[in-house]
Design a protein around this ligand. Structure first.
Ligand SMILES: Nc1nc2c(ncn2[C@@H]2O[C@H](COP(=O)(O)OP(=O)(O)O)[C@@H](O)[C@H]2O)c(=O)[nH]1
Ligand SMILES: [Mg+2]
Length: 679
């Protein structure tokens, strides 16, 4: 059994869970309890250690990682408070593989359990040791039975109830720790007081259930339980530790970040039970000890741009990193230009960082989030950051024209910090588009562009790349003749314009007989026609049209490439309005992922957004979720995520791909054309 006490390397713990569950206040409570701050701040008062950015304070909502480096009973810890909103999930997903354990913070509200599932699933899937901390126990109205049942449904890994509340007049006044077999009575902002267990029957029953769960993975313990033998405390403690580390059980603890209740017990559990950094390294596929015992390995989990330039947040997976050291990275060699321990806004310079530490490294060149740096070239690697496809887009432009040149560079920096942002230029509409995980995600990004880079942007919904086509055929003549001074211009063509089936694009046929349009000008006519196709009678690119050149005439002196191009264009602009022009809109194939209780509502939503439902199935690998498939016009998808999130407590999401173009008629089409004309 490795000795986990006394300076066995800094543990890195993620606090994760839904928005509003109390993670940032729990971070504050941990800071207060461990003496990292002398005065406990509050989220509501805007004085917390975390959420110090203007964007976070304004919303009382975490919009990126908050970091606390602290010590408890001689052990070093780094806590990473991850933003809870699904819109900022990328930060969480990028740090999770590198932490030693996660504490999933939740509220004692059955109605909110659904919000936990994306987090619990990510942890179970990756077998990352994790606890559930039922926070706000001061607000729980009574027994947690319903809550725990729902939590168990939401978790693929079995829960292990480690603590039970002591109720008095419907208020939790303390708890019993079932492993220690000790009762604790809460005292406001002070360590809980050890007390006698008053309800022995309830305690015995709950403890037996806990032991049974542990015994599922320990035959010896199972035999003891069957033989009515009381297991030794060490055996129980060792099982708790091993089964947590192996991702077999999820211990459930309770408390209140507000009152600092249960926080010391949580810290003690972390101190005794969380595996060393080598376990996280092994999960990342690095067997440092055997391969190259002295090698320094650093995994970059986040990139910041701050007042002092660029900082790379890295976890030291093995070895000791000295300031000034040169590391090999996937982007080349890079020198460490400063090591900083972070705590909220505070940065403390260090001369070295040891295995287990999570520190900010200054001035690393060619390094991005997801990079693994090492003193051993063979261990350098790049992992693509965890990303989900964007679900919300905004067209942007600089509100001051002279700032336009700054946009690309500023956004590139922002994307380095937050790889879940996507910047794209829409080829069809020429819009500059910022895409991301939702309304707030993009709003925060745009505020940061202003506060950090002085870039003021205007935003609007991105334009839909409409097309147009025709419904009937027509023949049309285009005659271009100009006689002014010296050389004249002459070109004359007759075109047959005909619709083609959807998706066929553009075809040009030469049906000239007897050389009435000489060979060398045929290509010129086609060019003129193609030029016209960029914008048809309704103002949009024309598709699914075949044009045949059937007749025409030329002049031996005045005809030219330019004249025949003009004639071709002319014939099109005269003929097309008579061909029954019709608007085409892009229709997407969309897969919407939601908890089952929202499936019916989502089907309704599809209907109100001109969608065609294609049916639904259980979502692959997600218990209690459905995937609803549909076709939906792109114009209806633009703010779909907003409705979807409000139907699903924020957890619903979707993916889409282009499917086909479909005719758009009536009032909606008139509006589109009018808007295009006005532009
Ligand atoms: N009563 C009570 N309120 C809490 C507790 N923990 C957090 N809160 C409040 O819940 C709200 C959300 O807390 P916050 O830490 O920002 O949640 P986060 O989104 O998970 O970081 C704030 O108003 C906190 O003051 C608790 O244990 N008890
Ligand atoms: Mg928070």
């Amino acid at each position: 059994m490795p000795n986990t006490k006394n300076k066995s390397g800094t543990r890195c713990i993620a606090l994760i869970g839904p928005y509003g569950s109390g993670k940032t206040l729990l971070l504050e409570s941990i800071a207060a309890v461990t003496g990292a701050v002398t005065r406990k701040g509050s989220v509501n008062g805007g004085t917390s250690l975390g959420d110090f950015s203007a964007e976070a304070r304004a919303r009382q909502m975490s919009v990126e990682l908050n970091i606390l480096s602290t010590q408890y009973l001689g052990e070093d810890f780094t806590f990473l408070d991850c933003p809870g909103s699904i819109e900022f999930l990328a930060d969480t997903l990028n740090v999770l593989p590198l932490v030693d354990a996660a504490v999933v913070v939740c509220e004692p509200e059955p109605a909110k359990v659904q919000m936990l599932q994306p987090f619990l699933k990510a942890l179970s899937d990756a077998k990352i040791p994790h606890y559930l901390f039922v926070n706000k126990i001061d607000h729980a109205g009574g027994p947690l039975r319903d809550l725990l049942a729902l939590l168990q449904d939401a978790s693929e890994t079995p829960l292990l109830l480690r603590q039970i509340p002591i109720w008095e007049d419907g208020v939790a006044k303390g708890f019993v720790d079932l492993a220690l077999e000790r009762a604790f009575v809460y005292r406001p902002h002070a360590p809980s007081e050890v007390a006698d267990i008053t309800d022995l029957i309830r305690e015995k029953e709950a403890r037996f259930q806990m032991l049974e769960r542990l015994a599922d993975y320990d035959e010896h313990l199972m035999e003891e339980l069957l033989g009515d033998i009381e297991p030794g405390r060490d055996e129980v403690m060792n099982d708790l530790k091993r089964e947590l580390a192996d991702g077999l059980v999820v211990p459930v603890l309770i408390g209140s970040a507000e009152g600092d209740h249960g926080v010391r017990r949580l810290l003690k559990a972390l101190r005794h039970e969380v595996p060393e950094v080598s376990a996280a390294a092994a999960r990342g596929g690095i067997k440092t000890r055997s391969a190259n015992p002295g090698a320094v390995v650093v995994q970059v989990i986040k990139t910041f741009h701050g007042g002092h330039g660029r900082l790379s947040l890295g976890r030291i997976l093995s070895g000791t990193l000295k300031d000034g050291a040169v590391l090999h990275g996937p982007g080349g060699d890079t020198r460490v230009g400063g090591i900083l321990a972070l705590s909220g806004e505070k940065q403390i310079k260090k001369s070295e960082a040891r295995a287990g530490d999570t520190v900010a490294l200054a001035r690393l060149d060619n390094v991005q989030t997801g990079d693994r740096l090492s003193s051993d070239k063979a261990l350098a690697a790049r992992a693509a950051p965890a990303l989900s496809a964007p679900v919300y887009r905004l067209a942007i432009e600089a509100s001051d024209r002279k700032d336009e040149v700054k946009i690309t560079a500023a956004i590139a920096k922002l994307i380095e910090e937050d790889p879940s942002l996507v910047f794209e230029q829409n080829a069809a509409t020429q819009d500059m588009v910022l895409a991301g995980q939702g309304e707030i995600h993009l709003k925060v990004a745009i505020e940061k562009l202003q506060s950090k880079y002085g870039l003021k942007l205007l935003t609007k919904p991105p334009r839909v790349p409409y097309r147009e086509t025709i419904r009937k055929s027509a023949s049309s003549r285009g005659r271009h003749k100009r006689q002014s001074g010296g050389h004249g211009q002459y070109g004359d063509v007759v075109l047959e314009i005909a619709p083609m089936p959807r998706g066929k694009g553009f075809a040009f046929h030469d049906r000239i007989k007897g050389g009435v349009v000489p060979k060398q000008w045929i290509g010129s006519v086609e060019k003129g026609v193609a030029e016209y196709m960029k914008s048809g009678p309704l103002g949009f690119p024309v598709v699914d049209v075949a044009v045949s050149l059937t007749d025409g005439s030329y002049h031996s002196v005045d005809s030219s490439d330019a004249a025949f191009q003009t004639a071709g264009r002319l014939a099109m602009s005269e003929g097309m309005p008579g061909c029954g022009p019709v608007l085409l809109e892009p229709v997407m194939k969309i897969a919407i992922h939601v908890p089952k209780d929202a499936t019916a509502k989502v089907n309704g939503l599809i209907g109100t957004r001109r969608g065609a439902p294609l049916g639904f199935d259980g979502r692959d690998g997600w218990r209690g979720w459905d995937t609803v498939r549909a076709q939906m016009p792109l114009s209806e998808v633009s703010d779909l995520i907003v409705d979807l999130r409000s139907l699903t407590q924020g957890v619903g999401t979707f993916e889409m791909e282009f499917d086909h173009f479909a005719e758009l008629n009536g009032k909606l089409a008139d509006q589109v054309v009018a808007t295009q004309r006005a532009a």
